[in-house]
Design a protein around this ligand. Structure first.
Ligand SMILES: [Fe+2]
Length: 383
């Protein structure tokens, strides 16, 4: 990190954090002077009853709202377009996104199309969102995505099986209601996968080329919290301290990578998610330790600082860096995440995975320069 490098830091999202804060949703709408929210969520959350308590708040206060609950995992371009049509026909003046990364990212896309028109694929990159979008209240139900505080939305282009990113501070939610109680019903494997996504955000946020001191501080605190609390949250879902620590870690990691970037772990994970529709957190979990090992010669000092945040002492930076990589490897195994090959990756797909990784908007942020050959070497080494 160079303290001499200029940077800007903007966080347009107001964060309300703590047990029970999701019950403030109606007050938040009143403060925003909004009265016709479209709720964006997914069928799993509706079936699990997690939406019920928010629904009760809205119904109890007489707010007119509609529900769009057709968001798929790895949210698809068609979900955004259907949601935007629902927002228009209802005359929504804001969006309430409830869920993990999929509904929140999808809501950001809906907010863009409802105010800008066109097709969501046209907004890839950092420059096409030129006006404010429909304001979003984000209510996370997992501890992983960080999407409640980030400026980005990742959507699957279904024709090309490619996940693309849209990034702009206008995508940020106006308010994030971060209520650990809503994360308590996640089953162990979802807790593990989303938690490894959060850890990846923190580690990539800390080591990506655009990193800066405020994002760094958030990343190191996130790493400390996630390594302490993820195994506990996986073992006992009702461990409230662990659930709170994980949600805080996820929020901090989100702030970190949104102001820095993600890097090659996410490039590979998004290629895998687009091709196999595999869960995002799992895709990160299988790639994180191998990519760290591969990047090691380019960021040994930073990995040693990560080891310190994990609680390790070391005599040399090299020793510290190795301890950080080993810890990540052990953690992924301890929380029960699968291997790379078990995601269904085929040898004949390796080139396509490498090509899609190179095309990813965050590829240039990896501390080690990565072309197709580097990805091929890395992918072949992954088990
Ligand atoms: Fe992620």
């Amino acid at each position: 990190m160079s303290l001499m490098k200029p940077f800007s830091f903007e966080l347009p999202t107001r964060i309300e954090f703590g047990s029970g804060v999701s019950s403030a949703v109606v007050d938040v709408l009143k403060e925003m002077k909004k009265e016709r929210p479209l709720v964006v969520t997914d069928p799993g959350l509706v079936a699990a009853g997690i939406f019920d308590r928010i629904r009760a708040q809205l119904e109890g206060s007489g707010v007119q709202f509609e529900v769009f609950s057709s968001v798929e995992a790895n949210p698809k371009d068609r979900n955004v377009m259907e949601g935007a049509a629902a927002a228009s026909s209802f005359g929504a003046d804001c969006l309430i996104a409830i869920g993990g990364g999929s509904p929140i990212d999808c809501a950001k896309g809906i907010g863009i199309i409802a105010t800008h028109g066109g097709k969501i694929r046209d907004y890839e990159g950092r420059t096409s969102v030129v006006r404010d979008i429909l304001p979003i209240v984000a209510i996370p139900t997992t501890s992983g995505t960080g999407s409640e505080v980030t400026f980005s939305s990742v959507i699957t282009d279904t024709a090309n099986k490619f996940k693309f990113s849209i990034r702009h501070p206008r995508l940020a939610a106006k308010v994030a209601l971060c209520d650990p109680e809503l994360t308590a019903s996640m089953p162990p494997l979802l807790t593990a996968a989303t938690g490894m996504d959060a850890l990846t955000h923190a580690i990539e946020g800390f080591t990506a080329i655009p990193s800066e001191p405020i994002a760094d501080a958030c990343a190191l605190q996130a790493i400390e919290l996630i390594v302490r609390y993820l195994p506990r949250a996986v073992r006992a879902g009702d461990d409230r301290e662990a659930r709170t620590g994980m949600l805080m870690g996820s929020v901090l990691a989100g702030i970190s990578f949104s102001h820095s970037d993600v890097a090659s772990v996410h490039c590979i994970a998004e290629a895998l998610g687009g091709m196999y529709d595999a869960p995002h957190g799992m895709c990160n979990a299988v790639a994180l330790a191998p990519v760290m090992e591969f990047n090691m010669p380019y960021c040994q000092e930073r990995y040693a600082k990560i080891a310190a945040a994990m609680g390790y002492g070391y005599a040399t930076e090299q020793e510290g860096a190795k301890k950080a990589v080993k810890h990540v490897e052990r953690l992924a195994a301890e929380v029960g995440l699968p291997s790379f090959r078990s995601l269904g990756v085929r040898d004949e797909d390796m080139e396509a995975i490498a090509e899609k990784s190179v095309k990813n908007g965050s590829n240039a942020s990896n501390p080690r320069p990565m072309g197709k050959n580097e990805y091929m070497g890395l992918l072949r080494s992954m088990k």
